[in-house]
Design a protein around this ligand. Sequence first.
Ligand SMILES: Cc1cc2nc3c(=O)[nH]c(=O)nc-3n(C[C@H](O)[C@H](O)[C@H](O)COP(=O)(O)OP(=O)(O)OC[C@H]3O[C@@H](n4cnc5c(N)ncnc54)[C@H](O)[C@@H]3O)c2cc1C
Length: 389
Amino acid sequence: MKLSLTPEQTAAVEGARAFARARLHPRVTEFEERGVPKELVRELGDAGLLGALVGDEWGGRPLDPVTWGLVTEEIGKVCCNTRYILTVHASIVAGTLARWGSAAQKSEWLPRLARGEALAAFALSEPDVGSDAASVRTCYEKTDDGFILRGAKRWTSLGALADVFLVIARDANGENGRAVTAFLVPRQLAGVRVEPIRGMMAARGSHIAELHFDNVKLSRADAVGRPGAGFTYVTSTALDLGRYSVAWSAVAVAQAAIEAMVSYALRREQFGRPLQDFQLVKAMVGDAVTDTHAARALCLHAGELRRAADPEAIMATNVAKQFAARVATRTTAAALQLHGANGLSSDYDVERLFREARVLEIIEGSTQIQQLLLGDYGLQTYARATGYP
Ligand SMILES: Cc1cc2nc3c(=O)[nH]c(=O)nc-3n(C[C@H](O)[C@H](O)[C@H](O)COP(=O)(O)OP(=O)(O)OC[C@H]3O[C@@H](n4cnc5c(N)ncnc54)[C@H](O)[C@@H]3O)c2cc1C
């Protein structure tokens, strides 16, 4: 099926490509070394790249899911650190707030997030809680006029730069300790402490941080969605939006790896011939192309289902994320292999792409968690299809 885009959709994708080429490509190394600067967030906002999930009434520039995926791909092909802004700020936080936020939260935050005047981060993972996200230990206590928040979050992308955090916490006194609420926590509140995490293998320019909440006073209006229902609704929406974005990011990294492979295979000569002449090299390129086309097709399929608000969209997104993340790993590994020793050098893009690909099998549901989830889904769906009671 040929992808057909309207002139508006084409303009959005081409705009992202032009932005990536002009504003990101020359600064990829600088961003890796120093982190993406705050001014970039404003620039992305001005270019209309942060308001895709925000309605016009809140100052957004809404895009349908397929176009948003293609835009994410264009940015992710060039700069993964910038792409985290699209995934975390524009997809996870702005998208979740647009869906579950109160009118007051939307009018306070969405225009600023869409314009890039404020930067948002998503704080779910903790030092001792990762895949088992429903067991967060960061907790809140209800007070007469709001909540007191306590605990720590870890691995928060953009955390060291963000102005506001979407924090997932459990009710300290709730039944079975399972009632979970999402809060919007402005960084400047008393008791919020941010510690940058250094020495990451990837996402080096994404300001990953550990957050501490030491008896932070929140008002009732800071809860996002119904208190106690923060996992089923808010967190699930955030993770679904994050997975869709990460699936496209994986396709982006794989595409960039293929481009690097081909360019190297054309130029590098051994045994008196360019690498492209060797059949084993062709096999590597052929596998990478097949894998990446398949991953992209799954992302497009998920995007079409999301556009149609089809209930299967969530599972299609999981399938796309699971497949695309693994494709990114094996395609970047093949690209690195094809570069020989040069593949290990930061003079070549494949070294960075290889590192960035590894993250995608860990975040937004690791490969193993996705296997379990998709295994359950497969067993249920195919048991029904085979008529098994
Ligand atoms: C670059 C980067 C950015 C991130 N950004 C954010 C962010 O912005 N916000 C945020 O909240 N978090 C963020 N995270 C954290 C990320 O969401 C977690 O790393 C992820 O959920 C996995 O949790 P964990 O690392 O604690 O691994 P664990 O959950 O401790 O898992 C360790 C290993 O065990 C496997 N495993 C776990 N449970 C099972 C099981 N039941 N069966 C089989 N295998 C299992 C996992 O697949 C993994 O291989 C980020 C992480 C990275 C690396």
